[in-house]
Design a protein around this ligand. Structure first.
Ligand code: FES
Length: 175
């Protein structure tokens, strides 16, 4: 290799290193929100204390999330709601959490006028307090969510909020 080739290869190698040094932070900047978003999915959110729930009496809680798209962070806002029903002592789960999003077409499920079942005003789907459908309108039961009850002296009810596809028999996460 003569001196001219040596300088040419040296310049190319140096240029390559400089480009790489500039590209790494750029790629990291572009991927950062995407990676962060992935990490936030599936978080449990604390909704209430177990002691505030009466056995068999459904209570609704909003799900508040801080949305962030690619590069903008929005202030916290309600993105859904969850019905919590404390179960009698000896049940396999202490609290049942049901998404308030109707599995028919996604309207908000409420209590019926006699407060003895759930009712969706959009197309009259009705559900028992265990989430099972009472009539033929919804394609499946209300979507149950994962619950974690903390073990401290004043246990807190934490729920993993997820959305599921409406209009189908199977409970499939909405991605
Ligand atoms: S969206 Fe609930 S009944 Fe249709």
């Amino acid at each position: 290799m003569n001196r001219r080739d040596f300088y040419r290869f040296g310049t190319l190698a140096l240029g390559g290193l400089v480009s790489l040094a500039l590209a790494v932070p750029g790629v990291a900047y572009i991927l950062d929100p995407i990676l962060k978003k992935k990490g936030r999915e599936g978080d449990y959110q604390e909704l209430t204390s177990l002691s505030r729930l009466q056995v068999g009496v459904p209570e609704v809680f909003p799900i508040i999330e801080e949305r962030q798209d690619a590069w903008v962070k929005y202030p916290p806002e309600p993105v859904g709601a969850v019905w919590l029903i404390r179960q009698p002592a000896g049940s396999t789960e202490e609290v049942l959490a049901l998404s308030a999003e109707c599995p028919h077409l996604g309207c908000a499920v409420n209590l019926s006028s006699d407060r003895k079942s759930f009712f969706c005003p959009c197309h009259t789907s009705s559900f028992k307090f265990n989430g099972n459908p009472i009539n033929q309108i919804p394609p499946r039961a209300m979507d149950s969510l994962k619950v974690d009850v903390t073990k401290d002296s004043d246990p807190k009810v934490r729920v993993k909020f997820e959305r599921f596809r409406p209009q189908i028999k199977e409970k499939k996460p909405l991605v």
